[in-house]
Design a protein around this ligand. Structure first.
Ligand code: SF4
Ligand code: SF4
Length: 150
């Protein structure tokens, strides 16, 4: 891992960040790893607490991140080049969405707090609230709709 430049998220445009800086933007909330439901007519997207089979409910991190596409080929690799296409479903507090839309990171972001657990203490993550997708029939996901923890 290369060194992260001091407060790079405030000064370096996303396209100029190193891969490590880009990855470090993720706050570990786990919300993008929840299954979502999209209304076909309105396009409205809602979150469920039914999580991707690889999400660790305690750490809120992907349990197989480097090799996740072997198991979940559809997992999206966020890049500056595809954020615009994905903004509609991304969580409101997602660091990538915040910076992309000109907003600041919250004080609970681990890059600012210096503590990976601050996202959980702030009540913004999905820690302890998910159910694995292999336990719930897809037809029943509507029963698991939640508001985004913010
Ligand atoms: S929603 Fe954004 S900040 Fe949260 S885990 Fe996903 S990519 Fe990381
Ligand atoms: S494969 Fe990993 S990163 Fe992708 S949605 Fe599942 S848990 Fe999240």
């Amino acid at each position: 891992m290369t060194a992260l430049r001091p407060r790079f998220w405030e000064t370096i445009p996303p396209e100029k960040m190193t891969r490590d800086e880009w990855e470090a933007l993720c706050d570990g909330c786990g919300k993008c790893c929840l299954n979502k439901l999209e209304d076909e007519e309105t396009g409205v997207v809602v979150l469920t607490r039914v999580a991707c089979r690889l999400l660790d409910d305690d750490s809120c991190r992907c349990s197989q991140y480097p090799i996740r596409h072997q198991f979940v080929p559809e997992c999206i690799v966020l890049k500056p080049g595809n954020i615009d296409d994905n903004l509609y479903w991304m969580p409101e507090t997602c660091a990538y969405k915040l910076l992309w839309t000109g907003k600041r990171l919250f004080d609970w972001h681990p890059l600012i707090s210096g503590d990976a657990d601050s996202v959980h203490r702030a009540g913004v993550s999905v820690q302890g609230m998910t159910v694995p997708e292999f336990e719930i029939d897809e037809d029943d996901w509507e029963e698991y709709i939640i508001e985004e923890p913010t």
